[in-house]
Design a protein. Structure first.
Lengths: 421, 421
């Protein structure tokens, strides 16, 4: 269990040196890291080819191999990701609040780096560069623990990033890869109290659950999204159809895609027939009896209509499947969402101001939308630059996470000899 | 392990009803709770007398019995604590940020209640009322799990608070006491994922460690304070002596009292003799060789001078004992603090601007002071009203915790039919 101890100590020392660096110095080092990746393309692609070959001969599915695979264009994307981070405002040294106490003490609350972060992730090599850049910009050291299937790619990328940081006058030791390939590494990271300040799992449900169950250090939980759209009779039905189609079809495998549609009984007749036509050949509907009946003769368009089961309400399909349920009121929609949702992204489509307010206040979720697609919950869309993930917890950070999620605060108190009475 | 399940569900339902309450409604209910405690004094004092009698016959130390003991004056203090919370600004529904995306979506980040909080604490009954009031004001339900030695007192207080909340038109079920007396209660709270959003341990080191080790829900760690004062030659030595005396003597048993004094070699001659005179008969010094020698003839004042051992640097004495160490530079002082400190409250006494800045930036702690006593780290002093505790962690909240520590954020996104390209 002591595979990583030296790395922990080195990351902590590096973070102490990185913390006071100003934005210009951090950006210069990150630019040099991007340049080093550009320079080292051949080595990175060769390492990636070894990973891909091993994965293929080991029988990995092509869809997963595609996530692992790098080519020149994807390396351009990785470089562009680092440049996005460089363009972000420095999150450190911001004065968040300040006031003077009755005894003359001046209290300032400023933002400082969280410290040492760790990320445990699956096969995509771009996560390696994105997270290294985000952490560096936030003045944090980072320990990267990728999947063993991407080990060669990650070794090449991290070597390149570290050499670039050094070229740019930066602190190369602030970035480290856990590369022993030992499974115990994860447990060692999750119990590294005093060494690692926060761990982010990025990947499937099983990874996230394992991390949450075993961590003795703070975790930011990400990912699961059982998202809903609720439609009222006052909604613009043409727009409603397009919003639902967008939230279901544009990228169904992501966490902010819609999974269940809730329809007010009085909106069924206006919505279901055009929706069935719009989704025919593209998605399957799993309906309760009333919403199924409301499709009526529009069913001739060839839409696949199945009967919804209880388990459909709690399923994140991540597929071309939409569950549909009839409700009697906005309150019933809110209750359904708060029971079955994962507190990610929820939308109401309505022209009724009172319902919109009731929904905004009543739904417990990171992002609550009025008259828009749930697909906008995303760090880049929100303007945060490259993304650490979307937090589905309420503690420390919630929703799309930018650089601020890797900061904490410090109080600076200035006096002239004050003592406590 | 299902002792508390009904209580969890009831607290969660109550929180859903409490969340949208406005400040006037919450304050009215809290005023009625304060009035109910005033009305029920006799019953509360009688219950407390039973606890005290049981504790005394069980052989509890008088200092601990004093923490448990209530009289009319202490009940006045409890009522005043609730009134302080009423006077605090409502932390809910604050617009923290807002911006418009290029596609016209309007994004608002607002503060919302964290949800259901739990507090696990030791014998002081005033914590029961303080935490119930703070949670209620923050729109959170709270589960109170006090020590079994205070069970009768807590039952009477909670009954009174709940009846008051109901009298004031509030939501009595938002406050609950875990009163089975069963030790498994704590484990059940610490693993209540999906029911409890945050748990705060308030008490001694052992309690806090047990909670941190066993919790599968977010914890806010509080308490330990191995605090330092570092003195430079440019400091005003008269003020330095008074600041050190204040930080050591005014209330040595608290977490923001100073434990180790670091003195620049060039300040030894000016500081040690008057400091020894000031602390003689009041505190014991545990010095390294140089600082001991620097006391010189002033030792005739009768100050107790012992030799410091390595373990003194890492000890939170909570007593009339001060460790003293000589350093060569501000950098050495910072390194010592970052190695041995608990990231609570740290002070530099200097007139050198460069050192002050180096110390403020270099020391990793919740509160960093220039030319003032460490004793000011306190929610009330900082202006936050009654205190949930002082967070010594960096995640979610740091330093003195007011109502804001029980809040999280929600993004409200308003559109007019936007879909993602």
């Amino acid at each position: 269990m002591d595979v990583l101890q030296d790395l922990f100590a080195s990351l902590k020392r590096a973070q102490t040196r990185l913390a006071p660096e100003n934005a210009a110095a951090k950006n210069k080092a990150l630019s040099a890291a991007a340049a080093a990746i550009d320079r080292d393309r051949a080595a990175i692609l060769a390492a990636n080819a070894r990973d891909v070959e091993k994965a293929r001969s080991g029988g990995m599915k092509e869809s997963l191999i595609d996530r692992l695979f790098l080519d020149n264009q994807r390396i351009n994307g990785i470089i562009e990701g680092i440049e996005t981070v460089i363009r972000q405002e420095d999150p450190i040294g911001k004065l968040r609040a300040g006031w003077t106490l009755p005894n003359g003490l001046f209290v300032e609350q400023i933002s400082v780096p969280m410290g040492v972060a760790a990320i445990i992730y699956e096969s995509r090599p771009n996560v390696t560069a994105d997270c290294a850049a985000l952490a560096y910009k936030a003045g944090c050291s980072i320990l990267l623990r990728g999947s063993s299937s991407a080990l060669e790619s990650n070794k090449a990328l991290v070597a390149s990033i570290k050499s670039g940081l050094a070229d740019g006058g930066g602190i190369a030791d602030a970035v480290a890869l856990a590369d022993s390939g030992n499974r115990d590494e994860i447990d060692e990271i999750l119990t590294a109290r005093g060494w690692i300040d926060v761990v982010l799992p990025r990947g499937g449900k099983d990874l996230i659950r394992r991390v949450v169950q075993n961590a003795r250090i703070p975790v930011i939980e990400t990912g699961e999204g059982n998202c809903h759209i609720y439609v009222e009779p006052s909604a613009d039905m043409d727009k409603a159809v397009e919003i639902i189609a967008n939230a279901k079809l544009q990228k169904p495998g992501v966490c902010n895609a819609v999974e269940t549609l809730l329809i007010h009984r009085d909106a069924l007749a206006a919505l279901m027939p055009p929706l069935a036509v719009r989704l025919a050949g593209k998605a399957e509907l799993r309906c309760d009896a009333e919403s199924k009946a409301a499709v009526g003769t529009a069913a001739e368009c060839g839409i696949v209509l199945k009967d919804a089961a209880e388990e459909d309400w709690e399923t994140e399909f991540l597929d071309y499947i939409l569950a549909v349920k009839t409700v009697d009121s906005c309150g019933e929609a809110i209750a359904h969402i708060n029971r079955y949702g994962t507190r990610h992204s929820e939308a109401i489509l309505t022209n009724d101001l009172q319902s919109a307010e009731q929904f905004r206040m009543g739904v417990d979720a990171a992002c609550v939308y009025v008259n828009a697609s749930t697909r906008f919950t995303d760090g880049s869309v929100f303007g945060f630059g490259a993304e650490l993930g979307i937090s589905t917890q309420k503690f420390h950070t919630r929703g799309p996470m930018g650089l601020e999620a890797l900061t904490t605060i410090k109080y600076l108190v200035s006096g002239s000899g004050q003592v406590r009475e």
